[in-house]
Design a protein around this ligand. Structure first.
Ligand code: NDP
Length: 335
């Protein structure tokens, strides 16, 4: 009998999530049935959607999220002991999964791609859901062309840092906004962004006049709010906006969301396309994205950075730290 631990959300979050909103539950895993695997979690992902989706689920619920783990026992011939897998079983140290019943975004089990010696954690970072979000959310919706100007917010985070690098691969000029001077330096000096700014200390409107004097063609929006409205005011005719998330408001009470300047004038006058997406829209094409992202990582065209917290008991701290901007690159917990 294997004892497992998992985080259960027992109360809906109000504002910044609190430790008391969670309970760590220890329980006995059932014996494996045909097709099932016993997976020992090694890397746990903390992500903004774990905050954003909270009000959608009745409590209590098991905290969902991606993990990389190793098969410790198996009753599935396709997954031998020692196989590394990616699953969406959430904040746990052990779980039982059945790859034969893997149907979609929230009950995924797939083999970790061959990362050629890179840390398995890349499988839930650049070569996982967040990289895939950058890949499809940017390429499919923004349809970037060489020479165009691209703006990315949340630029030093897991998704944003990949979007900016894909934009460079495609020959675009890239401007990023992030929340600290160190993040700005990383974007400009290591990732090759043409320009980056600390949105907390700059005047977004003024810096865009300098950095994008000919306007913005593509905007990848991770944050929403007033900053996004200002950026959209700089778009060129037929500009494309990919709306990936709105983290600036995830901790806000939905009945009291902040006001942002009106967008319709720019949308009409510049004939903009603004499109939201969920990454599982392209679920049947995830393997294509993983292959391409891995290739770019191996070639050094995409650089990855991880913000690693250690220990099962610290997953909550890693989560609220990520929401507060502690991370540069992908926020992860190593068990
Ligand atoms: P990040 O790694 O970017 O981490 C979150 C970052 O958000 C923090 O590091 C912080 O960086 C920034 N942030 C926090 N508060 C604010 C604020 N008030 N204003 C601006 N930035 C803020 O997370 P991800 O890359 O995983 O996610 C980025 C976005 O992508 C999120 O909105 C998420 O919901 C979305 N997403 C959407 C998906 C989809 O299918 N549509 C799939 C996956 C993610 P800083 O220091 O710069 O403030």
């Amino acid at each position: 009998m294997v004892k497992a631990r998992k985080y259960v959300v027992k109360k809906h979050f109000e504002g910044i999530p609190k430790r008391e909103d969670f309970e760590i539950v220890e329980y006995d895993l059932p014996p494996l049935q045909n097709g099932e695997l016993l997976v020992k979690a090694e890397w746990v992902s903390v992500d903004p959607y774990q905050r954003a989706y909270n009000s959608k689920y009745p409590v209590p619920y098991d905290q969902f999220g991606f993990i990389v783990g190793e098969v410790e026992d198996t009753r599935n011939p396709r997954f031998t002991i020692g196989t590394k897998v990616v699953t969406h079983n959430g904040w746990c140290d052990y779980c039982v999964v059945n790859p034969n019943e893997s149907k979609g975004m929230f009950d995924f089990v797939y083999k970790l791609p061959d990362l050629k010696g890179l840390s398995p954690s890349v499988g839930i970072g650049a070569a996982g859901m967040v990289g895939i979000t950058a890949y499809f959310g940017f390429l499919e919706i923004c349809q970037p062309k060489a020479g165009e100007t691209v703006v990315v917010t949340g630029a030093a985070g897991a998704v944003g840092s990949i979007v900016g690098q894909i934009a460079k691969i495609k020959g675009c000029k890239v401007i990023g906004f992030a929340g600290t001077d160190d993040k700005v330096a990383w974007l400009q000096n290591e990732l090759g962004f043409d320009k980056a700014y600390n949105y907390k200390t700059c005047n977004v409107n003024e810096v865009l006049k300098v950095a994008a004097p000919n306007g913005v063609d593509c905007y990848f929006d991770n944050v929403g709010g007033e900053m996004s409205s200002i950026i959209i005011g700089h778009m060129n005719d037929f500009g494309r906006v990919s709306v990936c998330g709105s983290i600036s408001a995830y901790n806000d009470d939905v009945s009291q969301l902040p006001r942002a300047p009106i967008l319709q004038f720019h949308v009409v006058m510049k004939q903009l396309k603004i499109e939201g997406f969920l990454v599982h829209r392209w679920l049947n094409r995830w393997p294509e994205a993983i292959e391409e992202l891995c290739k770019w990582v191996f070639e050094g065209k995409i650089k990855t950075k991880e913000h690693i917290t250690e220990g099962f008991d610290n997953i909550f701290n890693a989560f609220v730290g990520m929401l507060a901007g502690d991370n540069t690159g992908k926020a992860l917990v190593k068990l």
